[in-house]
Design a protein around this ligand. Sequence first.
Ligand SMILES: NC(=O)c1ccc[n+]([C@@H]2O[C@H](COP(=O)([O-])OP(=O)(O)OC[C@H]3O[C@@H](n4cnc5c(N)ncnc54)[C@H](OP(=O)(O)O)[C@@H]3O)[C@@H](O)[C@H]2O)c1
Length: 340
Amino acid sequence: MRIHDKSNPSTYLPADDRYDAMKYNRCGRSGILLPAVSLGLWHNFGFVDVLENGRKILRKAFDLGITHIDLANNYGPPFGSAEENFGTMMRLDFLPYRDEMFIATKAGFDMWPGPYGNLGSRKYLIASLDQSLRRMKLDYVDLFYHHRPDPDTPLEETMMALDQVVRQGKALYVGISNYPPSQAAQAAEILRQLGTPCLIHQARYSMFDRWVEDGLLDTLQANGIGCIAFSPLAQGLLTDKYIHGIPKDSRAGKPMTYLQETQVMEKIPKIKVLNDLAQQRGQQLSQMALAWVLRDTRITSVLIGASSVGQLEENVAALANAQFSAEELEAIAGVLRGRE
Ligand SMILES: NC(=O)c1ccc[n+]([C@@H]2O[C@H](COP(=O)([O-])OP(=O)(O)OC[C@H]3O[C@@H](n4cnc5c(N)ncnc54)[C@H](OP(=O)(O)O)[C@@H]3O)[C@@H](O)[C@H]2O)c1
């Protein structure tokens, strides 16, 4: 472990009050508490990004009580580079605090060429986690996910691979992501039989994408599995940034983006009305959008992204005003249904 030199001004000393304001929610029927707001490194942490910016964001996250950091083998770009940069930041700043952190990674999407670098075989999952640990320079991750269902590999094989990494000590808990309700229930049952319960399901959920309400959240609750909601801001749509067009430095303004201009333009009328509703509540649209996802007690945590420290601070401040009146919820539902 690196010696923690408190006399060196570049040494990171986390805020003493880091656990005072954050809310922690129990993850399903488990011993794990996760922060109501977690941080994902899908964007802004690759080799294409500025490492010092990511480092500032990560330091601030930890200072605000965000103990849970989410990665995947393919985050970057290029693939693997978010894990590698995270490994650098761990070494520079966080090694003394490893036991205060809950670090996740995943495998399931395209990662390396050939038949063994994608989907859900035991071969792929075990090799991928070994690679992730090397990139992050960690002995173990707290949580390893299968990133998406594989239509061809038997579910038993995939779940046995998850069970195996726990038995090997390379992961403490396992989870699934993007699984529809029936497959999530099957996966949970197989994992239960193997003696490695499914801790959590990571699913896309925001005001603009409510598929989890159609059965998934009920299934997870019945199985004692937590739910972490990814892209709760719909990749930034549920903020005030696109109201007057697409800024060049925004996710939608960048080349090779997963947020297309047409998606943005189509949503702008609703974004404007939601922004007015947020202002009436005395908060930013981003804050209302996060509080809205967390209004359902089956959601353990909202998994946000941030390209700046300011965004992160704004988003965590959502927790200060997280209650909704029935009228407010009905007004939001009306906008989402299309009745503006
Ligand atoms: N399991 C899966 O399949 C899966 C898929 C996707 C994501 N994830 C996980 O979920 C995490 C979050 O996903 P996401 O990044 O799409 O989440 P998000 O929170 O919906 O979007 C984050 C983006 O919105 C913008 N933003 C955030 N806060 C803002 C604010 N206060 N004001 C204005 N703009 C703001 C920033 O983009 P700008 O660049 O425009 O500033 C930021 O990068 C990922 O990092 C990853 O860990 C998982």
